[in-house]
Design a protein around this ligand. Structure first.
Ligand code: SIN
Length: 485
């Protein structure tokens, strides 16, 4: 069990209706770096998820009728408390998730950014006055909170994927029941503790962390008192949850898988392109849905670019997330490691050249060597699917049109990156790529002020920015008669 400055942030029960609720069973939370036990957390049940929904439903009328300014103040206090405790929250995250402590600190601040942003947006939810069509009538629209929200959040960003959903939901006047991933519930429960200290009324935010993903998932997608469902995770699970939501026609937002292309044109600044490519490929050990997946390099510069990648990747430090200057921590579990082995075996069997890495790291079972492959082609599993791990896979292209076709030849459409110094090309390629987020001459784009969302099978809806709160609001049209009698 980690020692924090504020031990009160280690919460091991579920948070329902403003109370900490234990269970008869517990989930053992282990450190991916050491395999050691971090904590035993109450294994929330389907019944507890139902209690959470009832609490959220009871608290909805009051919370949705508070003024936007009041909701904003509570959110602001929550944000401030998170920043006051940033080191403890980051430590908890590195314990349970494994990411380097510098990345955990960044995530906590990124996560808090959503709360700050939506505390401000709460006050800027506007309806409209529509020019009338008759003298005795007036036409208006209102924006109203959609109702109780059910949310399922992933292990790769145990804090920010919660605040990115909860902050706009609460700002809009919704109440929420969240199921965090059972691998990383401590970050979610610490957020509840701080929300409670910030004065969020009972029942407005509920967290049920449980290993019964199917049972709790069914409650959050099928309960008639839930109006809106939001999920971040894989496309396969997203499709299943979407089907479950159909029975009660819930509003849905889905942030699903990606297969991000990273395109390097021959006119690019190769030094910059290589360093951003490494940053976006190896962030969180390659375990994000916007990580670079397919690296396309124009034929004439492949040798030079791959050489730069090789040098950069070779210098990445693999270590426990608490060790200073760690670049790459452990993967989340054994299945993730086994998947890397399978992808590499498949690629090499089909003709890829292994340049660096390719095997488990000497540090232990959940550490994997950062890997570089070249001569990759479209038949390989790591091109057709999401890698979700520390493997950089380079292939070549000859022309702009060819690489756009290749980049778009996927069912996914979340993020895409490209490097070019030709401004005309920057515009053409940005417009042509089929994805929700396009990032030119940089590998960094995450921010609370802009929309994050996928096209095609990468999702529905957007989180962040003004779009992020719109997804938790319903539009009501009021046609008022009898005005000019
Ligand atoms: C994700 O991978 O889903 C989140 C990444 C980010 O917000 O930067």
């Amino acid at each position: 069990m980690p020692t924090l400055k504020d031990q009160g942030l280690i919460c091991c029960d579920n948070f329902i209706d403003g109370n900490w609720v234990s269970s008869t069973q517990s989930i053992r939370i282990t450190s991916p770096a050491t395999g050691g036990t971090v904590a035993e957390v109450a294994d929330g049940t389907r019944e507890q998820a139902e209690l959470g929904v009832e609490a959220a439903h009871r608290s909805f009328p009051n919370w949705s009728r508070t003024s936007a300014k009041e909701r904003s103040s509570v959110l602001r206090r929550w944000h401030d408390l998170i920043l006051d405790n940033v080191e403890d929250l980051a430590a908890l995250m590195t314990w349970e998730q494994g990411k380097p402590i510098a990345e955990s600190l960044t995530e906590i601040k990124y996560g808090a950014g959503f709360i700050e942003y939506y505390a401000e947006e709460a006050k800027r939810v506007f309806g409209a006055t529509i020019p009338t069509i008759a003298p005795e009538r007036r036409l208006q629209t209102y924006k109203q909170a959609v109702g109780v929200v059910g949310a399922i959040t992933p292990w790769n960003f145990p804090n920010a994927m919660i605040t990115r959903k909860a902050a706009p939901a609460l700002a809009a006047g919704c109440t929420i029941v969240i199921k965090p991933d059972p691998a990383t519930p401590l970050s979610a429960l610490a957020l509840c503790e701080l929300a409670h200290r910030a004065g969020l009324p009972s029942g407005v935010l509920n967290v049920v962390a449980g290993s019964d993903s199917q049972g709790i998932g069914e409650v959050l997608t099928q309960h008639p008192k839930i109006a809106k469902f939001t999920f971040t995770g894989s496309t396969a699970i997203g499709k299943l949850l979407m089907k479950q939501c159909a029975s009660t026609v819930k509003k849905i937002s889905l942030e699903l898988g990606g297969n991000a292309p990273f395109i390097v044109f021959e006119d690019a600044d190769l030094e910059e392109a290589a360093s951003h490519c490494i940053a976006t490929k190896f962030r969180n050990c390659g375990q994000t849905c916007v990580c670079t997946n397919r690296i396309y390099v124009q034929e004439s510069i492949e040798e030079a670019f791959t050489q730069k990648l090789r040098e950069g990747i070779r210098s990445l430090k693999v270590a426990d997330g608490f060790t200073a200057d760690t670049d790459i921590g452990p993967m989340i579990n054994e299945q993730a490691i086994a998947k890397m082995e399978q992808l590499i075996t498949d690629a090499v069997a089909k003709g890829a050249e292994l340049v660096l890495g390719g095997a488990r790291h000497e540090l232990g079972s959940l550490f994997f060597q950062p890997t570089l492959l070249r001569s990759v082609d479209d038949t390989m599993d790591l091109v057709t699917g999401e890698i979700f791990g520390p493997i950089a896979a380079v292939q070549t292209f000859t022309s702009e049109n060819e690489v756009i076709d290749k980049a778009n030849a996927t069912d996914y459409g979340l993020a895409a990156y490209f490097f070019s110094r030709d401004v005309g090309r920057v515009m053409r390629v940005a417009e042509a790529l089929e994805c929700g987020i396009v990032c030119s001459n940089s590998g960094v784009f995450s921010t609370e002020v802009a929309p994050f969302g996928g096209w095609k099978q990468s999702g529905i809806g957007s989180e962040g920015g003004t779009e992020g709160i719109a997804d938790f609001l319903e539009t009501k049209f009021h046609s008022m008669g009898g005005i000019d009698r």
